[in-house]
Ligand binder design. Structure first.
Ligand SMILES: [Ca+2]
Ligand SMILES: [Ca+2]
Length: 89
């Protein structure tokens, strides 16, 4: 599946990306993703956040440089409903 996001979806995704990208360097690192998940799930959760971070990176970090770029997040949003779940927070 390769459906282009419409303008609205791209803007929403960009906002979401900017929220995660706390140091505004244009890419999401593991620490930033971890903080996001801790914000969503809290620290008193049965979910293994480190594991979730790892599996998210396995899925998102297409060029495996250790960061998730906006392009990579966009690709994920097009192919995997998990990120639209997150944006519905
Ligand atoms: Ca960053
Ligand atoms: Ca990457």
């Amino acid at each position: 599946m390769n459906i282009p996001l419409n303008k609205h979806e791209t803007e929403e995704l960009k906002k979401f990306f900017d929220e995660i990208d706390q140091d505004n360097n244009g890419k999401i690192d593991r620490q930033e993703l971890k903080q996001l998940l801790e914000t969503i799930w809290g620290t008193n959760t049965d979910i293994d956040i480190n594991q979730a971070v790892q599996s998210t990176f396995n899925k998102c970090d297409l060029n495996q440089d250790g960061f998730i770029s906006f392009d990579e997040l966009t690709s994920l949003a097009k192919s995997d409903p998990i990120s639209s779940d997150l944006t519905e927070e």
